[in-house]
Structures are given as structure tokens and as C-alpha cells.
Design a protein around this ligand. Structure first.
Ligand code: ATP
Ligand code: MG
Length: 174
């Protein structure tokens, strides 16, 4: 799967709707401190099913919603949409929306989809909320300091076989 575009609205500092095109190859995000670079990566992980507020530098899930500033009121919801091209070039659009106080839901090509199915969608590729293909601040030193078992997981993800573990867990649950 290839990422093509990312749309955000009301997500953290991205209060106004914004759309970014993602070109093939390596993407770097640059800008002054506090401009929202890390927020952008968190939006990407969030739409792919990130379930841990802590790994989003948040106390609770609602903290991803624009909290307001001196000049602007808070928003009641946040939405992130990831546009992708599938293996056969077909368009896939995954979006996640959270309303303050009532949790989040997902849509894949406009249809309601369960969180675990969204995570499965990304489980086989080198994508996904915990993908080593997304290198955030502090991540390099975390990889160097990782215990052998954690580092193995990272390598398995990079090799594209970590999805098999997710599938096996799913199969065991069902
Ligand atoms: P640095 O270069 O220092 O790493 P950065 O470009 O990664 O900076 P971010 O951490 O993405 O910057 O953005 C930080 C900004 O996002 C802060 O100004 C913070 O107030 C704002 N922010 C985070 N969450 C919210 C929220 N829920 N509502 C409004 N603003 C938010
Ligand atoms: Mg940052």
C-alpha cells in the first residue's frame, strides 16, 4: 500500500482542515519547533488505529481534539483521513473521527469498520501505527536501547512478517 494523502481537521494543532500530498519515496517533515511536525506523525499513527493515548503524548483519547487557544475555541471533534493506493492501484480511504466524550469510529471507503479490522488492514505491510517505517523523535535511540525481544519485533515488522503474529492472535481470539 502506498500513502497518497493525509487530511486533518481539528486534530491537535491542525484546527483548520488541511490536506497533505504524500509523494513516493522518503518523506521528511521540517519546520520550526512547535509547528506540528510530531502532531502530523501522530495523526498518521492515529488513523491507522493507535490505541494508546500515552504514545500520542496525551492523557486521554479526547486530547487529540483541538483544545483551543486564547483566540480560538476548542473543537468538538477531530478527524483524520488517509488516502492510499492498494496493490492493484485501487484507492483506499481510511478515516477516523472522534467526538468529545463519545469515542472514535472508523470508516474504510465510507463504510463503518471496526478498529481491529483497520489494524489488520495495516498489519501485513510495513505500515501500521507502530511501524518502524515511521521514525519519530527519540525513536532512533529507543531502537538502540531496545531489549533483544523488542528489537526482534521491530526487525520482524520491518521485514513485513509481524502481521502474521497479529493474525494469529486474532485467530486465537475467534
Ligand atoms: P518540535 O520541533 O519541538 O518537536 P513539533 O513541530 O514536533 O515541535 P508538535 O509537538 O507537533 O511540534 O506541536 C506542538 C504544538 O501542538 C504545541 O503548540 C501544542 O500546544 C499543540 N497541541 C498539541 N495538542 C493540542 C491540542 N489538543 N489542541 C491544540 N493544540 C495542541
Ligand atoms: Mg516534535
Amino acid at each position: 500500500m502506498e500513502f497518497r494523502k493525509l487530511r486533518l481537521a481539528g486534530f491537535k494543532s491542525f484546527v483548520e482542515p488541511a490536506e497533505l500530498r504524500i509523494e513516493p519515496g522518503l518523506t521528511g517533515v521540517v519546520g520550526p519547533n512547535g509547528c506540528g511536525k510530531s502532531n502530523l506523525l501522530e495523526a498518521l499513527r492515529w488513523v491507522m488505529g493507535e490505541g494508546s493515548p500515552k504514545s500520542m503524548r496525551s492523557g486521554g483519547m479526547d486530547d487529540v481534539i483541538f483544545a483551543g487557544t486564547g483566540k480560538r475555541p476548542a473543537r468538538g471533534f477531530a478527524q483524520v483521513t488517509l488516502g492510499m493506493a492498494g496493490a492493484a492501484g485501487e484507492e483506499i480511504e481510511v478515516s477516523r473521527r472522534i467526538e468529545r466524550g463519545s469515542g472514535s469510529d472508523y470508516r474504510v471507503n465510507g463504510r463503518d469498520t471496526r478498529a481491529q479490522d483497520v489494524r489488520l488492514l495495516f498489519a501485513d505491510s510495513a505500515t501500521g501505527a507502530h511501524s518502524p517505517a515511521i521514525v519519530g523523535q527519540g525513536r532512533i535511540s529507543a531502537i538502540i536501547a531496545a531489549k533483544p525481544a523488542e528489537r526482534r519485533m521491530l526487525l520482524e515488522e520491518a521485514a513485513g512478517i509481524a502481521g502474521l503474529h497479529v493474525r494469529r492472535r486474532e485467530a486465537e481470539i475467534r
